[in-house]
Design a binder for this molecule. Structure first.
Ligand SMILES: [Fe+2]
Length: 166
């Protein structure tokens, strides 16, 4: 299932919207690889995705704190999806490109369905608060946002949950 970005998915903040757009592009790429049973590029692609997703979650939390949005429920959801993502990644990588079309459908739907529900059901709750700020608002700077190169995945988990894994 392909997820397409529309203005309906805007949560009212430029940095978060652009990160969501990037995540959707990454998910489409991963889904194509899963459908094509292309196991050679998948490990690297999944690692990049996990890294970017952690940075995105760190940024969302930073923004929520800056606008005084209670973030507990979102944080739980982030931890849950990262755990599920790791489980799916480990399963997929263990299969080394040998999986059925049904399994391909199952794995590829997981990320796009999660992405839509992450934006529509979780992040959208912040929209009324974010709309009281400038669309380009970012705590402490005019630019800010995800720094893809920042830190190892373990150090990102440490920042997010105080542990080395989700
Ligand atoms: Fe998000």
């Amino acid at each position: 299932m392909e997820t397409a970005w529309t203005n309906q998915l805007s949560v009212g903040n430029a940095v978060i919207d652009s990160e969501h757009q990037n995540l959707i592009v990454m998910i489409d790429r991963i889904e194509s690889m899963i459908r094509a049973k292309n196991a050679s590029s998948l490990p690297q692609e999944l690692e990049q995705f996990e890294h970017y997703l952690c940075v995105h979650f760190i940024n969302e939390e930073k923004l929520a704190q800056a606008v005084n949005f209670p973030f507990g429920k979102n944080k739980q959801e982030h931890q849950f999806v990262l755990k599920e993502f790791q489980r799916m990644r480990n399963e997929l990588l263990a299969k080394k490109g040998v999986w059925t079309d049904d399994a391909a459908k199952h794995y590829s739907n997981f990320l796009s369905e999660w992405m839509t529900s992450h934006i529509v059901r979780e992040d959208m709750l912040m929209k009324p608060v974010l709309q009281t700020h400038d669309y380009k608002f970012w705590p402490g700077s005019k630019e800010g946002g995800a720094n893809y190169a920042a830190g190892s995945i373990a150090s990102l988990y440490l920042q997010l949950f105080g542990t080395l894994t989700p």
